[in-house]
Design a protein around this ligand. Structure first.
Ligand code: ATP
Ligand code: MG
Length: 355
């Protein structure tokens, strides 16, 4: 059986980093006989330049028909003057909607070789291996809003937050399933001491937890969780939270990881899931062949694990990345005295060989 992977390089370093991840996937394909087929499509500024829209319908159709989507990055100052409705960033928002991507998974795993890049003390960071499961298409970001109105003689604005039980059940189920594949611990994060939506969230998560007796579950208020990520990040396995809290906590957790070029993400969908690095299109280094492709390579490993259920191949890619780092190879963003400086294509070849 063949797997179809839709690749969307996008803009800036998107082309370089997706080329790199595809090369590593091909190495895994060769070793594990996966039967991967790659199919390339446009999105972002590149698509706007060609077709006048950042997200052509044929790209959406190709994603829906695929087993997984590997996405590079979109955006860049080149398109700053474009009509806001047609900005490159609209491509990823449009894909989230079209594919029903209701959850975003952001693992933060600090490789032993990279402990020193974290702003936290090495003894706090060593062994960090957590994943934030963020609800992506509900909550306050998508509630009713008012930009401006008069109220009691003053101008005011408001945003409404709402969550339904099915929305919370869906994300909670995903979090518990994810924990089963990991260390079996879920931390649900809310602000149930003040918010009604958080109280519904907490009740619903507790109900879902009853179906997973093998998974340990605890609750934290978001303010405490933000502090715990900074002072004791190794306590976490899976953190599940709503859209707003997840947005903030996942950026905080990424900082613990130390390097923006290293971190992958998965957006889990109703039909096809999408995998992309957490960083942007880095226009300042695009075309120079020096981008760190590891965030995209680890995103490709997540695609193998979560969409294709090819665990062994995913493990092999992650181990190859650790090995390359352990042997001292570093792209310029991570290079320090005493290490071997390599460019994008060199690190790609080194990782592929170790798969
Ligand atoms: P976006 O709005 O799309 O998130 P951004 O401008 O906030 O984009 P990035 O594009 O992620 O941020 O870039 C931030 C900085 O990190 C830039 O200096 C960029 O060169 C650097 N950077 C990002 N990704 C990488 C990478 N893979 N390798 C090396 N440097 C990177
Ligand atoms: Mg950014």
């Amino acid at each position: 059986m063949a797997y179809k992977i839709t690749v969307i390089p996008g803009d800036g370093i998107g082309q370089e980093i997706t080329d790199s991840a595809v090369e590593v996937l091909k190495a895994a394909d060769k070793k594990f006989n996966l039967g991967l087929e790659f199919d390339y499509h446009d999105a972002g500024g590149t698509a706007y330049d060609k077709f006048g829209t950042p997200l052509p319908q044929e790209t959406i159709d190709a994603c829906k028909a695929a087993d997984g989507v590997l996405f590079g990055a979109v955006g860049g100052d080149k398109w700053d003057k474009v009509d806001p409705a047609k900005r490159p960033e609209k491509a990823i928002l449009g894909l989230r909607k079209a594919l029903g991507l209701y959850a975003n998974l952001r693992p933060v795993k600090v490789a032993d070789a990279l402990v020193e890049y974290s702003p936290l003390k090495p003894e706090l960071v060593k062994g960090v291996d957590l994943v934030i499961v963020r609800e992506l298409i509900g909550g306050i970001y998508f509630g009713e809003k008012c930009e401006s109105e008069q109220h009691n003689g003053a101008e005011r604005a408001w945003d409404l937050e709402n969550y339904s039980v099915p929305e919370v059940e869906r994300i909670a189920n995903l979090a518990f399933e994810t924990a089963k594949l990991r260390r079996g611990k879920v931390t649900s994060v809310d602000k149930s001491n003040v918010l009604a939506t958080s109280r519904l969230w907490r009740r619903t998560v507790a109900k879902v937890a009853e179906n997973y007796p093998e998974v340990e579950c605890n609750n934290l208020y978001v303010d405490n969780c933000a502090m715990q990520i900074a002072v004791n990040p190794t306590q976490f396995d899976v953190i599940v939270t709503g859209n707003l809290f997840g947005d903030i906590l996942s950026d905080e957790a990424a900082v613990v990881g130390g390097s923006i070029g290293m971190l992958p993400s998965a957006s889990i969908g109703e039909c096809t899931s999408l995998y992309e690095p957490i960083h942007g299109s880095a226009p300042d280094i695009a075309g120079q062949g020096i981008a760190n492709p590891i965030g995209t390579i680890l995103s490709a490993a997540m695609l193998l694990r979560y969409s294709l259920h090819e665990e062994a191949a995913a493990d092999a890619i992650e181990a190859a990345v650790d090995k390359a780092l352990g042997e001292g190879y570093r792209t310029p963003d991570l290079w320090k005295e005493g290490f071997t400086k390599v460019n994008t294509s060199e690190i790609t070849k080194i990782i592929s060989e170790r798969v």
